[in-house]
Each structure stands twice: as C-alpha cells, then as structure tokens.
Design a protein around this ligand. Structure first.
Ligand SMILES: *[C@@H]1O[C@H](CO)[C@@H](O)[C@H](O)[C@H]1NC(C)=O
Ligand SMILES: *[C@@H]1O[C@H](CO)[C@@H](O)[C@H](O)[C@H]1NC(C)=O
Ligand SMILES: *[C@@H]1O[C@H](CO)[C@@H](O)[C@H](O)[C@H]1NC(C)=O
Ligand SMILES: *[C@@H]1O[C@H](CO)[C@@H](O)[C@H](O)[C@H]1NC(C)=O
Ligand SMILES: *[C@@H]1O[C@H](CO)[C@@H](O)[C@H](O)[C@H]1NC(C)=O
Ligand SMILES: *[C@@H]1O[C@H](CO)[C@@H](O)[C@H](O)[C@H]1NC(C)=O
Ligand SMILES: *[C@@H]1O[C@H](CO)[C@@H](O)[C@H](O)[C@H]1NC(C)=O
Ligand SMILES: *[C@@H]1O[C@H](CO)[C@@H](O)[C@H](O)[C@H]1NC(C)=O
Ligand SMILES: *[C@@H]1O[C@H](CO)[C@@H](O)[C@H](O)[C@H]1NC(C)=O
Length: 424
C-alpha cells in the first residue's frame, strides 16, 4: 500500500545530460509537440483498466527544449473528459494563457477540440514536469520537461554519461475519478493508491510485475567448503607452500579449454566427480584446524542436468584461518537466499531463507567464518567457471567449474565454436 497523505504527489529527479556542447551561439528554436489525449487500456498489479494518456503513453512523453526556445504543444482531446495541461514550474512571463489550470487561466479543452500551448522558455533551465490540471486526471496524464541551457552554454557540472528522467507516481486499481467521487460523496478522504510507481511501474515486489523467479523447488543440493591448505615444496621457505580448496580439492588447471574438451568429447582433460558435499564433515568454523592441511589435487567438475534447479551453500572453514571470499559464477545470475555466521545448519537455516525478494547477483561474499546459500536454474548449457574472485586464492586452487548438460531443444545446445578460437 502506498503511504497515506501523498495523493497525487509526484517528484521528478533527473540527471541531466548535455546534448551537445557546440561553442557558437545559435538561434532560439521553435519546438513543436503534438499531444493527443487518448484513452488506453493499461494493466498494473494484475488490474487492467482504461486510463487517460498522452499519445497512449504512461507516463507521457518527455519534452526536450533549450532555454530561449519557443515551445508549441498542440493538445488534441480525444477523451471523454475535458482536459487542460499545466507546465509545472514554467514561468510563463506575461503569458498566463499557456499556464493551464482549468477555469483559472483557461476553459478546458473539450472533447474533439485542440488548443496549442505556446510559450517561451526564458530565464530557467533544469528539469520540470507537466501534468493535467483538471479533475484527478494527473494520476495518469503527466511527464517530464527537460530544459537544457542555451547552445554554447555549459551546465555548472561535468558532463554526465547519460540522462534518465525518474518520475514518481501512484497507481490505483480502480478508476481514479470514481475513487475521488466516492470520497467526496462519503465526506471522507478518498482511497489510498495501491502502489507507488517509478516511471509508471510499481516494481518487482508487486503482483504481475516483470520479475525473475527464485527456484522454490531444488533438484540438486550442493555444499562446498572453502579451505586453505599446505603442500610440501622443497624449494619454498620452510618447505611448504599455501593452497586453497573447495571440498578439499585444490583445482589443477588443464592444458586445453574445458569447454573444448567437453564439446569435442576429449577424454582425460577433466573428471566430473566433484563431490556434492565435503568428503569428511567436521566442525567447519571451530577452533583453527592446523593438523591435517593436506588437500587433494584435481581437475574435477560437477555435472548438472539441463534446466535443473541448484542450491549451493558455500561454507567458509577454519582450515588454517577463516576469511571472507567473494565467489563469482560465470554464465548465470543467482539468487542469494541466505547467509549466516558459523556452520550452516541444514535442519534449521533453510527455514530462514528469503525466497520472496532475494538479491540477484553474479558474485557474492561468503562471510568470514560463515556461509552463503545461493540458488539458480541451470538453463545455460556449457562449462562454467566458479571461483573466488581474489586472484591469490584463485591461483591457490579455490575454483572449480560446472558442466551443464544440453537440453533436448534445438536452441538448448552449445553453439559451435568460432573458427578463430585460439588453439592451445
Ligand atoms: C479496453 O478493454 C476493454 C475490455 O477488454 C474493451 O472493451 C475496450 O474496448 C478497451 N478499450 C480500449 C481503448 O482499448
Ligand atoms: C492540432 O492538432 C489537430 C489534430 O491533429 C489539428 O486538427 C490542428 O490543426 C492542430 N492545430 C494546430 C494549431 O496545428
Ligand atoms: C467541459 O467543459 C465545458 C466548458 O467548460 C463544460 O460546459 C462541460 O460541462 C464540460 N464537460 C464535462 C464532461 O465536464
Ligand atoms: C516568444 O518569443 C518570440 C520571439 O521573441 C515572440 O515573438 C513571442 O511573442 C514570444 N511569445 C510569448 C508568448 O511571449
Ligand atoms: C475504496 O475502498 C473500499 C474499502 O476497501 C472499497 O470497498 C471501495 O470499493 C473502494 N472504492 C473504489 C472506488 O475503489
Ligand atoms: C618459517 O618457520 C619459522 C619458524 O617456525 C617461522 O617463524 C616463519 O614465520 C616461517 N616462515 C613462513 C614464510 O612461513
Ligand atoms: C565447533 O567449534 C566451536 C568453537 O570451537 C564450538 O563452540 C562448538 O561447540 C563446536 N561444534 C560442534 C558441533 O562440535
Ligand atoms: C583433505 O585431503 C587430504 C588428503 O587426502 C587429507 O589428508 C585431509 O585430511 C583432508 N582434509 C579434509 C578437511 O577433509
Ligand atoms: C525449465 O523448466 C521450467 C520449469 O519446469 C520451465 O518453465 C522452462 O520452460 C524450462 N526452460 C527450458 C529452457 O527448458
């Protein structure tokens, strides 16, 4: 629910870009716009309803002008309502005729009639907005006005990379005029809106919004421990060197690309026997474990069925020392459904997962001495690397890869390799 007391209130924040830094002064231009007031069916929050729009757009079109331009906006009304439009914040020097509030500076534009708002933009620049100024039609009839400086005049800040108008609004599932009428009849404040909107959209927390879906059912549960280890190394200081491992396997780099080996069925490059859980469970985050710091070495991958849903819990350990690790997966975004300090408890922790609005990422930090649970749908066939993004740890072997099988469909297999794929 939208918070109370903010009926029909909007703000516009705009990061204004510079559309040209031409260093000679130019003639002021005439900018013409055609605004057709049309009724259009629009659906938000699973509720479709006819709304009044400009040119069928919600929010309406953005007006771009320069300071000193003359602006002519021909508003033609095809809706059943009378209409008037206010150019909010425009100074309209000596020119109230173009200001817009119905029955204040003009009679409304009646159905099937036109009126051209004709005004000069003088002495101001920045971002403003326009909106209907009759009844409650500004619930859906609104948009942004961007006033750029005169040609050859700079903004008082460096040129931004891009410009995005951000228009805040509200959405009612019911007809807004009916909401207002009912409130007036009952002598009560009208019903609150059902959602706030940004650029006309309520965002992914609301029903019927475009949003990615967290897998709720898991086909494959993976539990990987992150550990440090030591290898003997006669030439090294004290005769050992540091290593890192996942499920006690320190990854050994192959001599040819794993994807090639998989695609061309080249044997002996990797094995798909990466364990789904640590070979020997232990108190992962207990007192520092220094007794057995040996690890297994291997180019071992995990095979994942096409389009299966995977949950992976990454568990930091106190092998040598606990540390935070930024884990990155190639080929996918994943949802971070849970995280905690200490040992992951498969009996209790899943109940605390966020399966409603988890963040979607490609990299996630596994906390020092803790765990992170992620979920993804393996719908991208191929060989996909997964590694700690600290280069030092990656080099020590803190990495593996998933072999995601192909699907039955013609568009579910790995594309053939490019002709210029570098040979090893
Ligand atoms: C809106 O949808 C209704 C019901 O589906 C339909 O009767 C009406 O013609 C549509 N109006 C417009 C303007 O498309
Ligand atoms: C405004 O638009 C309407 C509809 O297209 C048109 O009939 C009318 O001539 C236009 N007015 C001006 C001043 O251009
Ligand atoms: C539209 O405006 C005209 C002129 O002000 C007025 O006579 C008429 O009643 C209005 N129509 C509606 C539906 O409000
Ligand atoms: C806008 O500026 C032009 C050019 O100076 C002038 O002819 C016109 O009358 C001005 N219009 C208004 C509404 O002030
Ligand atoms: C306003 O809210 C009340 C209570 O939820 C509801 O019964 C009524 O239908 C709503 N009015 C409109 C016009 O949607
Ligand atoms: C080598 O061993 C000595 C004595 O145990 C120790 O003080 C030193 O820190 C060790 N050096 C490294 C690089 O581990
Ligand atoms: C794990 O180690 C911690 C700290 O050393 C200890 O408090 C905890 O009881 C141990 N847990 C188990 C299951 O042994
Ligand atoms: C890892 O493997 C090595 C070699 O088999 C073994 O000595 C060590 O105990 C294992 N460590 C863990 C934590 O499983
Ligand atoms: C993957 O599985 C889901 C759920 O069964 C299904 O909706 C989707 O179409 C599948 N995707 C592919 C690419 O097969």
């Amino acid at each position: 629910m939208a918070s109370g007391g903010s009926f029909l209130s909007w703000l516009i924040f705009v990061f204004v870009g510079i559309l040209g830094f031409i260093s000679f002064p130019a003639e002021a231009a005439v900018k013409k716009y055609q605004f057709d007031i049309q009724v259009k069916n629009v659906s938000r929050l699973c509720h479709a309803k006819p709304i009044v729009t400009v040119n069928g757009r919600f929010p309406g079109p953005t007006i771009y002008v320069r300071e000193d331009d003359r602006v002519m906006i021909n508003v033609t009304n095809y809706a059943q309502y009378n209409m008037s439009i206010h150019w909010h914040g425009l100074k309209q020097y000596r020119n109230g005729w173009a200001d817009g509030p119905a029955y204040i500076t003009q009679c409304p534009i009646q159905t099937r009639s036109s009126y051209t708002y004709d005004f000069n933009v003088t002495g101001q620049r920045g971002t403003l907005w326009w909106h209907a100024h009759i009844l409650w039609l500004r619930a859906t009839v609104y948009g942004a006005i961007v006033i750029m400086p005169k040609q050859g005049t700079l903004y008082p800040f460096p040129q931004p990379k891009m410009e995005v108008p951000i228009i805040l609004g509200e959405w009612w599932n019911s007809d807004v005029e009916e909401v207002e009428k009912q409130g007036t009849q009952m002598g009560l404040p009208p019903n609150m809106s059902d959602a706030h909107t940004i650029n006309g959209k309520p965002g992914p927390l609301f029903p019927c919004s475009d949003k990615p879906i967290v897998p709720l059912k898991v086909d494959r549960n993976l539990f990987y421990t992150i550990g440090f280890g030591k290898d003997s190394c006669p030439t090294c200081v004290n005769g050992t060197r540091l290593l890192a491992s996942l499920n006690n396997i320190s990854f050994v780099m192959p001599q040819i690309g794993l994807l090639q080996a998989h695609y061309f069925n080249i044997n002996g490059v990797f094995k798909t026997n990466f364990p789904d859980k640590p070979p020997t469970p232990f108190n992962y985050t207990g007192v520092p474990l220094t007794a057995s710091l040996g690890t297994v070495h291997g180019t071992r991958l995990s095979k994942i069925a096409f389009n299966s849903t995977v949950e992976l819990v990454l568990q930091d350990t106190n092998l040598l020392t606990v540390e935070s690790h930024p884990f990155h997966i190639h080929g996918y975004n994943f949802f971070v459904v849970g995280t905690g300090i200490g040992n992951f408890d498969p009996a209790k922790d899943p109940a605390k997962y966020n399966l409603v609005d988890p963040v979607e990422r490609n990299t996630v930090g596994v906390p020092t001495g803790g765990w992170t649970a992620i979920r993804f749908r393996a719908d991208n066939p191929g060989v996909w690397f997964m590694h700690c993004h600290l280069e030092l740890h990656t080099g020590w072997g803190l990495k593996t890869a998933f072999v995601v099988e192909e699907g039955p469909g013609s568009d579910q297999s790995i594309l053939p390799p490019p002709k210029d794929l570098p040979p090893c």
